[in-house]
Design a protein around this ligand. Structure first.
Ligand code: PLP
Length: 394
């Protein structure tokens, strides 16, 4: 018998974290590595949020266990924020505060899925979804949409993927890794289809505030209110407030599901660190000025990275409307007559030769693509893209 259980042995290391770790290790060893790997804003957490945490650390009441499901004040603030930003009304008891959005993803699938239940996963997907579905005993069913359709799936494609085991549709707009944003009509059509099929919808809205060129964010939960009893909203403070390391996210949904997921969390981790929750409270209940400032910088970088990538022979990069990722189609630089067959090989070559870290498409679905986060500084971005251009122009 193997030492590691089958269940855990079957999941892979997070490829994005692996690329980031390799880049950081090379950097620590003195190499001038430029990292496009991690989805991490390069801004500091706003001062008023840090201050709330400092005050919280000094208050002895935060030195004790708090309710496993989250501080009541924070749950209340999340309910209000969900109405403000998603246009979807929920009560505080419909919220579970988690250790980052990632634990919300895990809790959600663990709570919804029985062995063999299928989840439709629009592809390219964020690398954690399928692993988290598998951990719960579920089966991820990939539905691929390429750059030809703006990396967005259609109702017809979804319909073709349904079986009698399908329980959930995953929806992530703005998308990691592609930056695609579904417009209000597309969102409503997909939501109505899911309702007509009796499916649960899990909507990951963590990039809700990061859209560009006046493209609106649409919450599928609000677009199709009929799904209220079968929708889970996932979100967190990491991307909006530059708080990746604070580890606060949440899931919001029907009371029975939230209650069951809270039971799970009460055994797995108990409450999220109180100091982080107090910081998240200041973030969620406060203004959105900081994300507006970050957006100005991201928008500038978005344009620069798309232009730079499209100048590489064989690369084709659509302009993403949201999040902070460029998803470049590199199929024109692979295969016969080229040095590399797969995007994983190409990414390895770029890291070894140009000391630039990018994540290969294999982490998010099929080979043939690279994901570059543009949440890094302008100078690093220009240097990194310049190195890729130089390397691949040869
Ligand atoms: N959902 C998506 C689509 C993400 O890209 C991420 C982070 O990369 C998360 C959720 C979770 O973020 P965190 O666990 O840092 O809150």
């Amino acid at each position: 018998r193997s030492r590691v259980s089958e269940r855990i042995g079957s999941i892979a290391e997070s490829a994005t974290l692996a690329v980031d770790a390799k880049a950081k290790a090379l950097k620590a060893a003195g190499r001038p590595v430029i990292g496009f790997g991690a989805g991490e804003p390069d801004f500091p957490t706003p001062g008023y949020i840090v201050e709330a945490a400092v005050n919280a650390a000094q208050d002895p009441k935060n030195h004790r266990y708090s309710p496993a499901g989250g501080l009541p004040e924070l749950k209340q603030a999340i309910a209000e924020k969900t109405l403000r930003d998603s246009g979807f009304e929920i009560e505080p008891q419909q919220v579970l505060v988690t250790n980052g959005g990632k634990q919300a993803v895990y809790n959600t699938f663990a709570t919804l899925l029985d062995p063999g239940d299928e989840v439709i996963v629009p592809t390219p997907f964020w690398t954690t979804y399928p692993e988290s579905i598998r951990l719960a005993g579920g089966v991820p069913v990939e539905v691929f949409a390429g750059p030809e359709t703006g990396y967005k799936v259609t109702v017809d494609q979804l319909e073709a993927a349904v079986t009698e085991r399908t329980k959930v549709l995953l929806f992530n707009s703005p998308s990691n890794p592609t930056g695609a944003v579904y417009d209000p009509e597309e969102t409503a059509a997909i939501g109505q289809w899911a309702v007509s099929r009796g499916l649960w919808v899990v909507t990951d809205e963590i990039y809700e505030h990061l859209t560009y060129d006046n493209v609106p964010f649409t919450s599928i939960a609000a677009a199709v209110p009929e799904m209220a009893e079968q929708v889970i909203i996932l979100n967190g403070v990491a991307k909006t407030y530059a708080m990746t390391g604070w580890r606060v996210g949440w899931m919001a949904g029907p009371v029975d599901i939230i209650k069951a997921a809270t039971n799970l969390q009460s055994h797995a981790t108990s409450n999220v660190a109180n100091v982080s929750q107090r910081a998240a409270l200041a973030a969620v209940a406060g203004p959105l000025d900081a994300v507006e400032e970050m957006k100005t910088a991201f928008n500038r970088r978005r344009k620069a990275i798309v232009e730079g990538l499209n100048a590489v022979p064989g690369f084709s990069c659509p302009t993403p409307a949201g999040a902070f990722y460029a998803y470049v189609d590199v199929r024109g630089a692979l295969g016969d007559g080229h040095q590399h067959q797969t995007s994983a090989e190409l990414a390895g070559y770029i890291l070894d030769e140009a000391e630039v870290a990018v994540v290969p498409g294999e982490a998010f679905g099929p080979s043939g693509f690279l994901r570059l986060s543009y949440a890094l500084g302008d100078d690093d971005l220009a240097e990194g893209i310049g190195r890729i251009q130089q390397l691949l122009a040869r």
